[in-house]
Design a protein around this ligand. Structure first.
Ligand code: PRP
Length: 187
């Protein structure tokens, strides 16, 4: 399915066709399921949902709203891609958590796990901060792209090597505000 970009001021941009991979409705339904699954697994706990900015921003907030537990939020920012569409392999901490996570039950929220290099770096960081437990939730898991093994506890969907945009994910910082996940069609 191909869908025109929504004509909102924020999205009134040059118009390459976007092939829709997951609609807003599909995402909402899947994220609701994930929130309930996490709530069952973490029953009685007050987890902190740590979002990996910027790609996880939509997913983290929707997942938190879908989780009937006492959830708190924190954020990390790392940089792992340059301006291209493949991982540079270099991960750098751009901004740190606000709160101490020693003893906390963490759900690390990612938009997409690709090579696994970002996640591996962040998991090392969280372990060094003495979190009581760390679970990984990602909307998308690009399993064929893995360069290093990483644990993924909750995945919305496993996909191939497509470069995905929308619902928080970008191409050169654009398209994050699309309500669906898509792939830019070759022009
Ligand atoms: C993307 C994505 C993940 C990371 C995954 O972030 O949001 O954090 O890449 O890639 P990896 O598994 O190959 O390390 P990106 O660096 O593009 O920054 P952004 O979240 O600000 O878009």
């Amino acid at each position: 399915m191909t869908e025109s970009l929504p004509q909102t001021p924020a999205a009134a941009m040059a118009d390459p066709a976007v092939r829709v991979m997951f609609t807003a409705e599909q995402i909402a339904a899947r994220v609701r399921e994930m929130g309930l699954e996490i709530a069952r697994d973490l029953k009685g706990m007050s987890p902190v949902y740590i979002g990996v900015l910027k790609g996880a921003c939509m997913f983290q907030c929707d997942l938190a709203r879908a989780t009937p537990l006492d959830v708190t939020l924190d954020f990390l920012s790392v940089s792992s891609y340059g301006s291209g569409t493949t991982s540079s392999g270099t991960v750098r901490l751009v901004s740190d958590l606000r709160n101490d996570i020693a003893g906390a039950h963490v759900v690390l929220c990612e938009g997409v796990v690709d090579s696994g290099l970002t996640l591996s770096f962040i998991l090392d960081l969280l372990r060094s901060r003495k979190a009581a437990s760390v679970r990984v939730a990602t909307l998308l898991d690009k399993v064929p792209c893995r360069k290093t093994p990483v644990p993924v506890d909750y995945a919305g969907w496993r996909i191939g090597s497509e470069f995905v945009i929308g619902y928080g994910m970008d191409a050169d910082e654009r398209y994050r505000n699309l309500p669906y996940v898509g792939v830019l069609e070759e022009s």
